[in-house]
Ligand binder design. Structure first.
Ligand code: ADP
Length: 400
């Protein structure tokens, strides 16, 4: 069975076609600048040269039409016709409290996704556009929604309720939701598989460190706490997002700088994090180079980032009593040996010890970085959200 995985953003669309017999990627690609001048698709069919398709794409439907053309193209396509795409799995950012699991998309599901747009006004609307475009182009193909928030629906109330009047939870559903759920789920399951253990017997902390970053406590395979909150702005300091700050800072800056709420919101999302601290870049590669050249604020930004991850790891150790496995994933977690080392430094008291010779130079591969088998297993596991979406889609479509 071939499954098409779609991740639709406001002006971009990522896709992957996966043959589930052997979980082999047949084709993948990225559409950029949808609805903007200079739209293009970078399409890769496994075993063939990359093609770049530059053509105007006024909306997501046109983009998807061109993606499907590329996937079935006689020369650079992966399959002969659209009939060979058996199901589509959509990544949806916010499922609110409605979805603790992936679901087959029907009218009722669409209504609930639309309702939850209020909680993710930047993300759910493009996801919905992607579903509707697929429905028009492949009306008979079953579709599944896989939510970033679903894995975290097992978090207990004492970890998801904010200390503000309870009526705001009741009236507006203001609570911690958490994000990157598909990634945290994938790497925690994969960690158990690699270690040859039942996930039910493991307490795992997963660190998804990329442009957006979050840490999750996974107890017996269930998320019990995570660093992102009502929105993906919460928790760690990130590339350009502030993470947790004293909420009183917001009205104070609005007053001093004469800013509107939208301007402050933009500052917290786009100009803060390690970019805001360093004044140089949101990219950790740039910051690591600047630090080596003696830039004090680049070093400060990296230290602050590491410190915050450390605090979450320690907090989750306190919640779960012990950490059996610590996983690093996503752009920084998979690629930056120095950031992994910096985070683990000082956590020896929790049984977390990275062997320098096992960590140095490790990039984008699955690897255990710790030696002591009786202590915490520290691991790098490249995330694979697309595969997780394809697996959920296969399961739901097969059981229909
Ligand atoms: P996204 O959240 O956009 O999916 P990624 O998981 O791709 O982000 O992570 C992107 C980030 O990973 C980049 O901003 C960069 O800081 C970091 N990164 C990628 N490669 C390296 C590397 N070799 N060393 C340090 N950081 C890296």
């Amino acid at each position: 069975m071939n499954i098409l995985v779609i991740n639709c953003g406001s002006s971009s669309l990522k896709y992957q076609l996966v043959d589930m017999n052997g979980e082999e990627v047949l084709a993948k690609g990225l559409v950029e600048r949808i609805g903007i001048e200079g739209s293009r698709i970078k399409h890769d069919t496994t075993g063939k040269d990359r093609v770049v398709i530059e053509e105007p794409m006024k909306d997501h439907k046109r983009a998807l039409e061109l993606v499907l053309n590329a996937v079935v193209h006689a020369e650079y396509g992966a399959v002969k016709s659209l009939d060979e795409i058996n199901a589509v799995g959509h990544r949806i950012v916010h499922g609110g409290e409605d979805f603790a699991e992936s679901v087959i998309i029907n009218d009722k599901v669409m209504e609930a996704i639309e309702k939850n747009s209020e909680l993710a006004p930047l993300h759910n609307p493009p996801n919905i556009i992607g579903i509707n475009a697929c429905k028009e182009l492949m009306p008979a193909t079953p579709m599944v929604a896989v939510f970033d928030t679903a894995f975290h629906q097992t978090i207990p109330a004492d970890n998801y309720i904010y200390a503000i009047p309870y009526e705001y939870y009741e009236k507006y559903k203001i609570r911690r939701y958490g994000f990157h759920g598909t990634s945290h789920k994938y790497v925690s399951q994969r960690a158990a598989e690699i270690l040859g253990k039942d996930i039910k017997d493991l307490n795992i902390v997963t660190c998804h460190l990329g442009n957006g970053s979050s840490v999750t406590a996974v107890e017996g395979g269930r998320s019990i706490d995570t660093s992102m909150g009502f929105t993906p702005l919460a928790g760690l300091a990130m590339g350009t997002r502030s993470g947790d700050i004293d909420p009183a800072i917001i009205p104070f800056i609005m007053d001093k700088e004469n800013l509107t709420f939208d301007e402050v919101n933009n500052m917290l999302n786009k100009k803060s994090g390690v970019l805001g601290i360093s004044g140089i870049s949101s990219d950790f590669r740039d910051l690591e180079i600047a630090e080596q050249e003696g830039n004090v604020r680049a070093k400060l930004a990296l230290d602050i980032f590491a410190n915050k991850v450390k605090k979450y790891i320690a907090a989750y150790a306190a919640q779960m009593c012990r950490i059996d496995v610590l996983v690093f994933t996503a752009g920084i977690g998979e690629n930056s040996d120095s950031m992994r080392e910096r985070i683990c430094e000082g956590l020896e008291c929790l049984g977390i010890r990275v062997a320098k010779e096992l960590n140095d130079g490790v990039r984008g591969i699955e690897k255990v970085l710790s030696k002591d088998l009786t202590a915490t297993a520290v691991m790098v596991i490249p995330t694979n959200e697309e595969l997780m979406i394809a697996r959920d889609t296969l399961e739901l479509v097969s059981n229909r």
